[in-house]
Structures are given as structure tokens and as C-alpha cells.
Write a protein that binds this ligand. Structure first.
Ligand code: MOS
Length: 703
């Protein structure tokens, strides 16, 4: 059923479906996660979070708590180690620089103290007994599009805030068909199966942190900068990770607090977050409101394109959920405008969450395209085909390749799209209305500089060392396959060491760039190693090691638009008596270059699509205006798709290896969620004739 293409080279290790190398260790419990690694003299920390949404800590009465059983220390802003003022982290200013530095409370759920004790239970009991007094100030957690504090940032890690080409008003006025609608998506949370956890200790003058991290190099650098340490004296390890989705990309409160505590008490300190704490300490996806204006000729060709997005940030640092990036890559028009705006509120700082920007942006834009297709009397796939850009709509750069329409064509064939009656609200099975919908997906295909070392061992095996992170997606296995393929040996003869900042600089597991960035570095080392081995060198007992650094090669790349593409299809049934939406089937066809491991790749893609289903129908964190707290900040209240909500979900792929990558990889980390919610919303329209522009599509909104 797989239509994976790509040249089979070497042993064919790349392209083979393989279970995870560490799978057995994981299911037998031999693999240890960061909260499980044993240490002698280990102390345990518990974070005390603010219970008010804005104000100052007036007093912390730590006296009684220090007398409680097992309690070793209570850290707060009055006694905690000082962090670097004006800290700028790997991705810019970061709220962790404020932890226990001032009496200021910027939002509810902010760390105001850290209790350390002999056991986790003692720390928790003491933390819950700690009396913290506050001077409260009026707070504002009310997100809406026209908030007076709204501003337009200069840029974000996801690109410029504003792009503008052509005369929008003129083109809108000259358009035969107009769509002008507002869409919204709620606050959403990534809540990885493995809660965030870290152990920190000083070991012979070096700081060691065992963390659950998408990128130990960034964490090590940021911790070194925060505590003003020599970066060489900080080591962060993260061998097994139970999901990250953007929430484990950077040092967070638990890392900082564990380091503070071990520095103060001189013993290893571990802290493990609770589910509830994760809802305020690890970041989340901002809610968005978006306005999309499309103006087209009667034949569907776009004259005017305007996508305007608003998201929130905290009062501590700026994070932009850049929802308009999606359309910058996909659709051209004579006048093309996009802008992202931000509203600072008394809330925790949002962060990267699976397809940051593209996930909410694709919901709004791909819904609007469907509305335009309806108004033009065009098939939605045909509308996209008529608007296929020849160069990057904003950059003017040539495409590496663009398989969007090919994905739609293959998906349409497999889904049975040709049989679709375009009229909405006309298919009924008992009390169910049936509909189908489609939407486009895209995500940038990037690569970032990384270093690797590959050793030809004396026993005829090979060792790859690279500071990659396997967040559970199978990156370790993919790297073994890439290396085996390039070395022309069976995968069993390759051992892969990852997850340790001492292995050197490498990109993190994020931005859908992990496997591509790491593979590039591994390929570079292997190319040189094979040249050395071809000269017939005898392998000494310590082996022959070749190191690589892709900084120069990646810097020398030509400027092109590089993206993965996809087409999402969904069929839904809507219960006219209860408003319940059931997704019956989903199909995603992707073009993402060479697929290294079809087994884990399919998992990654269907996982994203299921998340898109969850986003369309279920997920919604609701903030209470009065208290400033989430009304449903735990997994009992934050509703997400369970197995019974998930129908037949199929992901497959087409296309050739990416021409600009040494292995042909593009990246599949995030594209699975992109467009999935829009495909479902469009299917709900097709079933019922009613547009849903606000997620989630709850039963009460359907009725
Ligand atoms: Mo992702 S949001 O780059 O983990």
C-alpha cells in the first residue's frame, strides 16, 4: 500500500520499515526516562506556583515548613541564586530568566518557591503547607482581536510579522468573488505522555543535568548562560523522551530550579512536573483570531489575498503564534498581504507547539479557500490547481519542488473524491448527515548546522555519535538506517549514540528539521570515513573516527523555497439531533522527499492527523476571567480525542527524494496536523451546509 519512492542505495536500509532500536528496552522498562535514573543522595524538589494572576509576593513564611520532616531547603526570590539579567536564550528572551528573581507575579501558575526534601512526598507536603502572601493587582487574561494592547511585532523565529505586495484595496474592489471572514482557534496544550522531569547535580566541578529534552545542546547553552557558567562545564543528557511537541525544546522552570537547588544543597536534586503543573509551566499554543480576505476572478484566480492573525503572549516575553506563515508559501495573488499581531496578557508565555503557526493558520486559510470554491462554483482541488504559484509568493524564490497538486490528485483518487456531489447538506443516513472535505498542508523543509562523529571500529562495526534527540518518533532508528545505507552495511552493524550535549552541537528535535539536519552531518562524516577506509587503512584498536560539521555546507545552500506538502481528506457524519460530529475516515497524502522509515513515518503522520481531528472537535483550554486560571487545566477537563473518536486514519506519500538534501529528506515532524482540522471543518460544512469558523466544533455549536 505504500507508494514510497526514492532510489534504493547501499543495503536498502533507508526506506525499510523498522521497529525502534530501543523498542525492547522501552517495553521491558530497561530504558530509563529522566525522572527514573537513580542517584545516590538524591533529593526531591516540588514547585510552588502562584495562586494569583498578577501582583507581588509580600511574604513567604518558610520557617514552619523548614521544620517539617525531611525538608532540606525552601528557595524563593529572597534567597535563590541570581540568574543573568537580560538573558537571551537559544530562541530569544525567555521567561525562565525571571524565575525566583523578583517578587513580581506575572500570571497564575508562576513559580514562587521551590521546596527540596528527602523524598518527593515530603517535598510535596511541605510545598502545599507553605504560606505565600500576595499583594494582588488587577489582571487581564481576556483575549480578543481588538484588544487595546495589541501590537505588531517586528518578527518572530517563524519569520517577519508583516509581508505586503500590491494594492490590496484596489484588487479587492476589482474582484468578482469575495470572501471576508473571521476564524478563531482556542488555547491548546501539548501535554506529552512523559511529564517534564530533570535531575541536576554537580560532579567534579561540572554541572550534569538529566533532562527530558528535545535538544540538550540548547538546554546546556541556556543553562550555562543563565547561571553564568563556562558552557564546557555543563552537560545535559536526555536518552529517552516520551514526547515533546515543542514543549521540551528549551530549558524550563524545572531545569532552572533543579540547578538552583543542587547548587544550594550540594546534592543531586530531581523535580518531576505534575500534569496540572504542565498546564502553566511548559508553554502552550496561543489562541488565535484570524481574518481572511480573498478576492478572486469568477474563474477562481486570486487577485487579492489578505491573512491577518492575532495571538497572545505573556507580559514577560514575546511569543508569536505566526498563523499567517502558511499562506505565504502556498498562494499567490496580485495583492498579497499577511500580518501577525500579539496581545500581551497576564497569562503564562506560550511556546512552540506542533506546527506552530501552520496548525491554526491552515485552519483559517483552508476553510476560507473552501468558502471561495463554493462561491466560485468550483471544486476545491481545482481552485487550488488554478492558484498554484510558480515562485514563492512572498520571497519570489524558485521552489525546490512543489507537489501540492500531485498530493491532491493522488489523495482524490484514493479517497474517491470524483464521486462527490458538491452540494452541501444533501446526504442523509438516518439521523446522520454525511459530508467530505479536503485541505492543503505544507511545512518548511529546513536544515540546521550540526556536528557528528562516525567511528569505524576494529570489530567491523560502526559507531555514530551525534547529539540528536529521539522524542519517541524513532530518530535513533532513522539515523542508524541512514548511516547503514551510506556505509553499505546492515543496520545491525551500526550503533548510534545520541542525547548528550557532550557529543557536540546539533540541531534539536524541532521545526521538522531533526532527522534531516542530523542525517546531513552523519552523511558528511561517512563520506570522508569511506574515503579513508578505501585507502586500505588498518583500523587501530580505538577505531578510526571522522568528525563533521555542516555549518558551511548548509550556509552555502542556494536560496529556494523548500517545503513538504500534503493533501488532507476527511469524511464526517453529523448527528442532527445531538450535534455530535463523528469523523468516519481520514486520508493524508504527503510529499516529503525520501521517507527513511515507513513504519515510524506513518506513525508520525497519522499522529499529527489525529491531533488535527482532536483540534477540530475537542481541544479547548478555557481561561476564567475572574481568577485568571484555566477552568480545565488537567487531563480530566481538557478534552482530547480518545481511541473511540479516531476512525480509520491513513497516511501515505508520493514524490521524489528532495533534490537539495544529501539523503533526499524533507521532514515530516509537523505536517501531519497541518490542514487536518480544516479538512474536517470543510466536511462538516459539506454535511450540513453550515460553516464552522470557530474551533472546536462542539455539539452546542453545531446545533
Ligand atoms: Mo516542534 S513545535 O518544532 O517540537
Amino acid at each position: 500500500m505504500t507508494t514510497a519512492t526514492g532510489t534504493t542505495r547501499g543495503t536498502g536500509a533507508v526506506g525499510a520499515a523498522r521497529t525502534r532500536l530501543e523498542g525492547l528496552a522501552k517495553v521491558t522498562g530497561e530504558a530509563r526516562y529522566s525522572g527514573e535514573v537513580p542517584y545516590a543522595e538524591l533529593a526531591h524538589g516540588w514547585i510552588v506556583l502562584s495562586t494569583v494572576a498578577r501582583g507581588r509576593v509580600r511574604a513567604i513564611d518558610d520557617g514552619p515548613v523548614l521544620k517539617m520532616p525531611g525538608v532540606l531547603a525552601v528557595l524563593h526570590h529572597g534567597n535563590a541564586p541570581r540568574l543573568k539579567e537580560g538573558f537571551v536564550g537559544s530562541f530569544g528572551p525567555d521567561p525562565v530568566a525571571e524565575i525566583l528573581q523578583r517578587d513580581r507575579v506575572p500570571h497564575i501558575g508562576w513559580p514562587v518557591a521551590f521546596v527540596v526534601a528527602e523524598t518527593s512526598e515530603q517535598a510535596r507536603e511541605a510545598a502545599e503547607a507553605l504560606v505565600v502572601e500576595y499583594d494582588t493587582e488587577p489582571h487581564d487574561v481576556d483575549f480578543h482581536a481588538d484588544h487595546p494592547a495589541r501590537y505588531t511585532p517586528e518578527a518572530s523565529p517563524m519569520g517577519p510579522a508583516v509581508t505586503a505586495k500590491g494594492d490590496l484595496d484596489t484588487e479587492l474592489a476589482a474582484s468578482a468573488v469575495l470572501v471576508d471572514e473571521r476564524y478563531s482557534t482556542p488555547e491548546q496544550h501539548h501535554n506529552a505522555m512523559e511529564p517534564h522531569a530533570a535531575m541536576a547535580r554537580w560532579d567534579n566541578g561540572r554541572l550534569e543535568i538529566v533532562d527530558s529534552s528535545q535538544g540538550t545542546f540548547a538546554t546546556a547553552n541556556d543553562i550555562a548562560a543563565l547561571f553564568q557558567l563556562d558552557p564546557a562545564s555543563v552537560r545535559v543528557r536526555s536518552e529517552h523522551i516520551g514526547g515533546g511537541f515543542g514543549s521540551k525544546a528549551l530549558a524550563r522552570a524545572h531545569n532552572v530550579l533543579a540547578v538552583m537547588a543542587t547548587t544550594v544543597i550540594g546534592r543531586p536534586v530531581r523535580v518531576v512536573l505534575t500534569r496540572r503543573q504542565m498546564f502553566s509551566l511548559i508553554g502552550y499554543r496561543s489562541p488565535t483570531t484570524q481574518r481572511v480576505r480573498l478576492g478572486a476572478e469568477a474563474d477562481g484566480r486570486l487577485r487579492a489575498f489578505d491573512h491577518d492573525g492575532v495571538s497572545l503572549t505573556s507580559t514577560l516575553t514575546e511569543f508569536v503564534e505566526a498563523s499567517t506563515g502558511f499562506g505565504r508559501a502556498l498562494y499567490d495573488a496580485d495583492a498579497h498581504h499577511t500580518a501577525n499581531h500579539v496581545v500581551p496578557l497576564d497569562v503564562p508565555t506560550p511556546t512552540f507547539m506542533r506546527a506552530p503557526g501552520e496548525a491554526p493558520g491552515s485552519f483559517a486559510l483552508e476553510s476560507a479557500l473552501d468558502e471561495l470554491a463554493e462561491k466560485c462554483g468550483l471544486d476545491p482541488i481545482e481552485l487550488r490547481a488554478r492558484n498554484e504559484p510558480t515562485v514563492g509568493p512572498v520571497t519570489g524564490l524558485p521552489f525546490e519542488d512543489n507537489d501540492l497538486i500531485a498530493c491532491f490528485r493522488e489523495g482524490a483518487r484514493r479517497f474517491g473524491w470524483a464521486d462527490r456531489d458538491a452540494r452541501p447538506g444533501v446526504r442523509r443516513e438516518g439521523r446522520w448527515l454525511i459530508g467530505t472535505g479536503t485541505a492543503a498542508a505544507t511545512f518548511p523543509a529546513g536544515a540546521a548546522p550540526s556536528t557528528a562523529a562516525v567511528t569505524a571500529e576494529a570489530d567491523d562495526t560502526f559507531t555514530v555519535r551525534i547529539n540528536a534527540a529521539d522524542v519517541g518518533t524513532g530518530a535513533r532508528t532513522a539515523l542508524a538506517q541512514v548511516a547503514a545505507d551510506a556505509l553499505d552495511v546492515p543496520t545491525e552493524r551500526v550503533r548510534v549514540r545520541i542525547g548528550d550535549s557532550d557529543l557536540g552541537q546539533a540541531w534539536l528535535s524541532g521545526g521538522s528539521m531533526g532527522t534531516r539536519s542530523w542525517s546531513w552531518a552523519v552523511m558528511a562524516a561517512i563520506t570522508e570515513l569511506r574515503e579513508r577506509l578505501a585507502l586500505g587503512a588498518d583500523i587501530p584498536p580505538e577505531g578510526i573516527t571522522v568528525r563533521s560539521d555542516t555549518t558551511e555546507a548548509i550556509g552555502a545552500q542556494s536560496e529556494r523555497e523548500r517545503h513538504s506538502y500534503g493533501a488532507q481528506f476527511a469524511e464526517v457524519a453529523v448527528d442532527v439531533s445531538t450535534g455530535e460530529v463523528r469523523v468516519r475516515r481520514m486520508l493524508g497524502i504527503f510529499a516529503a522527499g525520501r521517507i527513511v522509515n515507513p513504519l515510524t513515518a506513518r506513525s508520525q503522520l497519522t499522529g499529527g492527523m489525529i491531533w488535527g481531528l482532536s483540534m477540530a472537535l475537542h481541544e479547548e483550554a478555557i481561561r476564567d476571567r475572574a481568577s485568571g486560571a484555566l477552568a480545565n487545566g488537567d487531563l480530566a477537563g481538557y478534552h482530547f480525542a480518545a481511541n473511540a473518536d479516531v476512525p480509520a486514519v491513513e497516511a501515505d506519500w508520493i514524490g521524489e527524494p528532495a533534490p537539495d538534501d544529501p539523503v533526499g529528506i524533507k521532514g515530516i515532524g509537523e505536517i501531519g496536523i497541518v490542514g487536518a482540522a480544516a479538512a474536517i471543518a470543510n466536511a462538516v460544512w459539506h454535511a450540513t451546509g453550515v460553516r464552522h469558523r470557530h474551533l472546536p466544533i462542539r455539539p452546542d455549536r453545531v446545533l
